[in-house]
Design a protein around this ligand. Structure first.
Ligand code: NAP
Length: 310
């Protein structure tokens, strides 16, 4: 880490919210520092194609979009550090943020730490992780060429990633705990029309079976209680996300699910600390809304600093 560890704005996270905040802060000459966290580009960078970010009529690769966000932020003077925040002290200013590589002092902080996939918490899930159990089709799909896979979930992620897996797998079985999908109409239509995708409704996975790798899953019908076992080579789990906000517990006001509470200007319960993107958004969780929140946070942080020096 460079010696200049007292910064005007420290941005935690490098997804759409983090880099959008950085772009606005850099253009306001705040020389922001982005700590990438463990996943450069955030969850969006793990998405194969993003079709609903404006400006890309044919869609854009998630990693490519993340790279463009980063380059644009750096172009205006953002410093990017491959580092992870692990402890904060927001009790006085400058705020203190401890990281794997050292410590920062910051006049303002933008928390854009995103969210992580929720686990099913069933037997076999942890022991077979990376051996057939996955939370990312873009990352692991290619390992399932000419194999059978099961997808769990009924939201946009489940159907989008399920459709992606048809590139490789011979069959994709989507297991959903209800009869109606939460996913949007376009994805539902595409999935229902796809010859390789089949559906099992009103059903949950109760156990993942296999010794060295996933071999089968035990299913339970949530209406009848009937159980059966189906063979599969892989299990992709898309049952939602939880915000990455543990290190802010007790420091920032949060809702019951751990989302950071912000006002309409992205201000948290601590003046000078702002939050944006999925860490503070249980409602929309889109690349475009996260980017908008990041921009708003940086604009407000800039005004906050200006008001102080006026
Ligand atoms: P989500 O919308 O929260 O959906 C989670 C799904 O998993 C729901 O169908 C839910 O069932 C099911 N589920 C939850 N817990 C479960 C459990 N323990 N066992 C079995 N099933 C369980 O999550 P998401 O699909 O990851 O999407 C997150 C956000 O990102 C959403 O706002 C979504 O619109 C957005 N997103 C958008 C796109 C896109 O626009 N192309 C792509 C991906 C994600 P119930 O329906 O019964 O609750």
């Amino acid at each position: 880490m460079e010696n200049s560890n007292h910064v005007k704005m420290l941005i935690l996270g490098s997804g759409p919210a983090g880099f959008s905040a950085a772009l606005y802060a850099a253009r306001a000459e705040l020389e922001p520092v982005v700590l990438t966290g463990s996943q450069l580009g955030g969850q969006a960078a793990l998405t194969y194609t993003i079709e609903n970010y404006p400006g890309f009529p044919e869609g854009v690769g998630g990693a490519q979009l993340g790279d463009l966000f980063q380059k644009q932020a750096e172009h205006f003077g953002t410093r990017v550090e491959f580092d992870l925040a692990n402890k904060v002290d927001f009790s006085a200013r400058p705020f203190k943020v401890q990281t794997d590589a050292g410590e920062y002092m910051a006049d303002t902080v933008v928390v854009a730490t995103g969210a992580s996939p929720i686990h099913l918490n069933v037997s076999g899930e942890d022991s077979l992780l990376g051996r057939g159990v996955s939370y990312c089709a873009t990352c692991d799909g290619a390992f399932f060429k000419d194999k059978k896979v099961v997808v769990v979930g009924g939201g946009d992620s489940a159907l989008e990633e399920g459709l992606f897996l048809t590139r490789y797998a011979t069959s994709v079985t989507v297991i959903h705990r209800r009869e109606e999908f939460r996913a949007g109409a376009i994805l539902q239509h595409r999935a229902r029309e796809h010859a390789k995708i089949n559906f099992v409704f009103n059903t949950v996975v109760t156990e993942i079976l296999g010794s060295e790798k996933v071999e089968a899953v035990r299913l339970k019908n949530s209406k009848t209680g009937d159980e059966n076992v189906i063979e599969t080579d892989g299990l992709f789990i898309f049952v939602g996300h939880t915000p990455n906000t543990e290190i802010f517990q007790g420091h920032l006001k949060m809702d019951a699910h751990g989302y950071i509470v912000v006002d309409e200007k992205m201000q948290t319960s601590i003046p000078g600390v702002f939050a944006a993107g999925e860490a503070a958004d249980p409602h929309f969780r889109q690349v475009v809304t996260s980017a908008g929140m990041g921009a708003a946070a940086a604009i407000q942080a800039t005004r906050f600093l200006e008001a102080e020096s006026a």
